[in-house]
Design a protein around this ligand. Structure first.
Ligand code: GRF
Length: 219
């Protein structure tokens, strides 16, 4: 059973999906802590309600970005995670902190990377006239949203969609995508390092989330 820590800044629906999947045995993992830069966010409230260890501090209380990252990563190190999942963590993590967990951190991003890294992905997909949008789970590296993509889920863009419509459609696929990826990591089938690999073969393209919420290679 792997030890999973989650980093989150928002409402925490991805965190909740992971928590529930661990509790139900769909992930062979134990949730060991929730960490946040937003003490009042929904994810922290969910962790507190579940009696899960949590650490949440505002960066404004620290001298600088490096000091905040240092405290955060010390707190995460203390719970000895095998895997750190960034699930709606909205703060850039410095390279020194990332290096402490090289090959052991995942992020879920709401676009089909490498399209639309950064913020406002749904509005940008609409503005670009994309016919398709989606979400990506990737390995965290120091460069924002640029680490190797492990898996993606696709959704159609429909005529008349607002950014909120698209965000809701993507979010529905984020939860099963993240759960499937973490389950595959926990089982050992999906490896993050030294290079991303699935069932012993280096990943040449991201896995796809199928309709039945399993992961597979595109034909
Ligand atoms: C998700 O769309 C995630 O991809 C993005 O922020 C949102 C977080 O949602 N980075 P939640 O806090 O997991 O509900």
């Amino acid at each position: 059973m792997i030890r999973i820590a989650v980093l989150a800044s928002g409402r925490g629906s991805n965190f909740a999906a992971l928590r529930d999947a661990c509790a139900a045995g769909r992930i062979d993992g134990q949730m060991v802590g929730l960490f946040s830069d937003k003490p009042a966010c929904g994810a922290v409230a969910l962790a507190a309600a579940a009696g899960l260890p949590h650490w949440a501090q505002a960066p404004s209380g620290f001298e600088n970005r490096v000091a905040f990252d240092h405290a955060l990563f010390d707190a995460m190190t203390a719970v000895q995670p095998d895997l750190i999942v960034c699930a709606g963590y909205m703060r850039i993590i410095g390279a020194t902190a990332v290096a402490r967990f090289t090959g052991r951190m995942l992020n879920i991003h709401p676009s089909l990377l490498p399209r639309h890294p950064g913020l406002h992905t749904h509005a940008r997909a609409l503005a670009a006239g994309d016919a398709e949008h989606g979400t990506t789970v990737h390995v965290v590296t120091p460069e924002l949203d640029a680490g190797p993509a492990l898996a993606q889920a696709r959704v159609p863009v429909r005529p008349g969609d607002s950014a909120a419509d698209l965000a809701a459609r993507v979010l529905q696929r984020e939860h099963p995508l993240l759960v499937a990826c973490v389950a595959e990591v926990a089982s050992g089938r999906l490896q993050l390092s030294p290079v991303p690999a699935w069932c012993g073969q280096p990943l040449r393209a991201p896995l796809s989330l199928r309709a039945d919420n399993t992961l597979g290679l595109e034909p």
